[in-house]
Ligand binder design. Sequence first.
Ligand code: DLL
Length: 435
Amino acid sequence: MYFQPEIETMPREELRKLQLERMRESLRNAYENVPLYRERFDAAGVTPDDLESLEDIAKFPFVVKQDMRDNYPFGMFARENADVARIHASSGTTGQATVVGHTANDLANWGDCFARGIAMVGGDENSTIQVSYGYGLFTGGLGAHAGGEAMGCTVIPTSSGNTKRQVQMLKDCKTDILACTPSYALLIADTAIEMGYDPATEFQISGGIFGAEPCSENMRQEIADKLGIQYCDAYGLSEIMGPGVAMECAERGGLHIAEDQFYCEIIDPETLEVLPDGEVGELVITTLTRECSPMIRYRTRDVTTINAEPCACGRTHRKIGRLLGRTDDMLIIRGVNVFPSQIEQVITEFPEIATQYQIILTMNGPLDHVELQVETEPDFPIDEVRRLEDLRNRLAAALKSNLQVAVDIKFVEPKTIARSEGKAKRVIDLRGENQ
Ligand code: DLL
């Protein structure tokens, strides 16, 4: 049931004591070994000795992704080359890539964090886990792999892609747990069904550890039903570690933060004030054990809440709510703030429409123009104008009443929107391009 019971169910007072000790150590590691932290702490007039309680972390300055870019590649490493066991890097699609280093201890801790998620879906050393996250600089593949090894599972490192083979392995190797992005899980499930299988009843699979991108409640339910599994939402980010920072237990009330390794705060992204538990804001993470790349108050841009209510599963670590999206993914449609996952939730209410969509942003004079492309299901008569117009009106009305937004809806033929084997690209922003 638990991977590390003594840590996962540690009484909160004891846990907070452990966090404080580790936070002091992490601040010292950062201050003594990373010039950026020394300069920032000195400028703010604080030293690691000023930390007397966990809440004192609010005295320390934030770091952001740009700081990592400015110090590319190794400027924020607190360890010499000989101690660095591996590096991972972000793709750099939105700017200079960011590089994060891991010592052997960092990698071992990472494996433990992910293994806790494996236990949450009922896995143990008898389980077979198929890792269909991409392997490479992206942390999904190797992070899940480390978790499988820490648990003592049989690990199938399929990586992403070659979806029919993924299905064949799921079936033939009697995979118990699948780990991949939710959009890829749906593609794998749909491919299995197209191949003539019913994975929910014919395959052994019983758990899924899915993360790296937002996923609406309806889409998650569709994946769980099609595969016949318990769905564990896995959160993480490469700057902080990778998958395993927070994992969802069977109670489904949020994702337990690995609080022995990370300290989380929620801030108001405008005023930068720390918000009380339960309020929605930006997640800020301080690493407590990371040796090579300590992060002190890293602003994730992810929007969520912290839930401190006791959990029926017995774990004492606080939880974050399932993520709506990132502050930088939020669309502002005629003054209304909307996350793509909220649009997804509305689309998935319609059985005539597939769980596939794309949002195309263009400029219409000085105004943003938003086109929502959706696919009808193969059995929907897309040529019948009346039925299509009726569907369009109902979808437009649902978007308007749920999200207060009006968007142009464009129906496309079944299976024309590109399927994703990793993180789905839901928003195509053409606003910077000549039109
Ligand atoms: O996506 C690490 C990961 C791999 C997490 C596999 C879970 C499973 P990055 O590529 O650095 O790392 O992207 C991190 O992805 O800041 C979130 O915005 C988003 N994200 C990660 N997990 C979730 C999730 C990996 N469970 C960024 N729900 C984060 C929603 C997520 N968004």
